[in-house]
Design a protein around this ligand. Structure first.
Ligand code: NDP
Length: 490
């Protein structure tokens, strides 16, 4: 390091950056006072409703349906009718046409969707705008391309649609998870009943307008809103042939128990506790950006978040110092401000869970660091947090926190890194930072994780399969693999 570099490296960083606020205009979104369920291409008046809010302000946004068993049944019947009376016979290139249309309309309306996603979910607008929306559209584009190539995708096998897919999605990437579920299901010739999460139903409801614009035949996609009871009704409905679930491991296990012996197809994308592993030959400044992106992206509400940082002992001090310094520059606040890096926690319930786990970390003996930052008084907020002095047995090193909380552990040898990284009931993702390609391959072979990122983190592409090992679930979404759960291959 030259003298100049050394000076720059130690230059003090101001603890507060003053940025003029840059709010994204909200008026592009028109909310209705009350939403029903989208069934058979029509709006069905909801018998029961609840209020969906903005987690950043606790402001009520709209009344949304809490689907009853009869309403879920109506949606399943509409999907079955659409499947039997037309959609399964639509030619593959015709199916592709609808998917291409949906993709293009999402692109055209992306600002509207991005603002709504940030309003209802609390995520920073720069993430909804630059990640959620482009990736959602990309998923529809990608799967549109497969519709007329299914015969070639699975040589010597005859791909046929499964029937009606029941799909249950979480609140961390509401529109993107919808795209991950609906795009492959439709391209394979299935019809769908989808339930968004209780706290983030609005982008799925706006998506119904995209379906209308795309002139998708009625009943091919049906959307019912409500809490876990609605999800449970979809799972047990006899008219559903396949269930796709993304969410917590506990609910995933309950669904698996419910479906045992029914012959219904099931894919589960559940929690994670990923290791982000930094070797001493890694480019440290890039690695620090990867750590930040790995755990503070989307407030850490990411199943594949790099929530356990494993740092090689020889570089522990500089990494922690650089990381703390970088944390002081993160801007926490209004999700609709284009400067915001960390937005609101999605719900009071999730905030309580994060607070409880963070308290357990401090009680068990870990050392907590939070950069100085002023949190808004209204709404649900949690400062970016780092724990050092963490033992593998601590709850913060074992359990999925699903918040902006990082636990740092150390290792000496590659073998120890592998052993520690795999020491978890989960197996969704991992990150490896090193300049040696051979070491990346050596690690990737040994890490029990569905995705291993090398010198990057939280990168997604519709053509790459995503999914877990162990308690992170089974089945893959994305890529050619993502078609299989929606096909009977004979
Ligand atoms: P859940 O697993 O409860 O929610 C996921 C989806 O399943 C939601 O749509 C939910 O509805 C629905 N659901 C809830 N209960 C049932 C049921 N019995 N049968 C069918 N569907 C059901 O996750 P939470 O929102 O409660 O979050 C709890 C924890 O789960 C988080 O702290 C995090 O650790 C983990 N999680 C992991 C995610 C991932 O991507 N792997 C995503 C979300 C959470 P409703 O919205 O009404 O609860």
């Amino acid at each position: 390091m030259t003298e100049l570099e050394r000076k720059q490296d130690r230059a003090p960083v101001p603890s507060e950056w003053t940025y003029a606020s840059a709010p994204e205009a909200r008026d592009i979104v028109t909310l209705q006072d009350r939403y029903g369920h989208y069934v058979g291409g029509e709006w069905l008046e909801a018998r029961e409703t609840y209020t969906t809010i903005s987690p950043a302000t606790e402001e009520p946004l709209a009344e949304v349906g809490q689907a009853t068993p009869e309403e879920v049944q109506a949606a399943v019947d509409a999907a079955r009718d659409a499947y039997a009376n037309g959609w399964s016979d639509v030619s593959p290139s015709e199916r592709a046409k609808y998917l291409f249309r949906i993709a293009r309309i999402l692109q055209e309306r992306s600002r509207e969707f991005a603002v709504l996603e940030s309003l209802n979910g609390g995520k920073p607008i720069k993430e909804s705008r630059d990640v959620d929306l482009p990736l959602s559209a990309a998923h529809f584009f990608y799967y549109a391309g497969w519709a007329d190539k299914l015969e070639y995708a699975f040589p010597n096998r005859k791909p046929r649609p499964v029937g009606v897919a029941g799909q249950i999605i979480p609140w961390n990437f509401p529109l993107l998870m919808l795209a991950w579920k609906i795009a492959p299901a439709l391209t394979a010739g299935n019809t769908v009943v989808l339930k968004p999460a209780e706290t983030t139903p609005l982008s799925a409801l706006l998506f119904c307008d995209v379906l209308r614009q795309a002139e998708l035949p009625p009943g091919v996609v049906n959307i019912v809103t409500g809490d876990g009871r609605t999800g449970a009704e979809i799972v047990k409905s006899e008219g559903v042939d396949k269930v796709a679930f993304t969410g917590s491991t506990d609910v995933g296990k309950a669904i698996q128990r419910e479906l045992a012996g029914t012959g219904k197809k099931l894919t589960l994308e559940l929690g994670g506790k990923a290791a982000n592993i930094i070797f001493d030959d890694a480019a440290l400044d890039q690695a620090v950006e990867g750590i930040i992106n790995g755990i503070y992206f989307n407030q850490g509400h990411v199943c594949c978040a790099g929530s356990r940082l494993l740092v090689q002992e020889s570089i522990y001090e500089p990494v922690v110092e650089k990381l703390k310094r970088r944390l002081t520059t993160l801007r926490v606040g209004d999700p609709l401000d284009k400067n915001t890096d960390v937005g609101a926690i999605n719900s009071k319930q999730q905030l309580d869970k994060i607070q409880e786990l963070v308290a357990s970390g401090a009680e068990e003996g870990a050392e907590i660091y939070q950069p100085p930052c002023r949190l808004p008084e209204q709404g649900y907020w949690f400062a970016p947090t780092v724990f050092t002095n963490v033992a593998q047995s601590y709850r913060i090193a074992q359990e999925e926190i699903f918040g902006p909380v990082l636990s740092i552990l150390t290792f000496r040898t590659p073998d120890e890194a592998v052993e520690k990284a795999n020491n978890t009931p989960y197996g969704l993702s991992a990150g490896v930072w090193t300049e040696k390609g051979s070491r990346i391959l050596w690690m990737a072979e040994r890490l029990r994780a569905g995705v291993v990122w090398a010198n990057t983190y939280n990168r997604f592409d519709p053509s790459s399969p995503f999914g877990g090992y162990k308690e992170s679930g089974f089945g893959r979404e994305g890529g050619r693999h993502g078609l299989e759960p929606y096909l009977d291959l004979t």
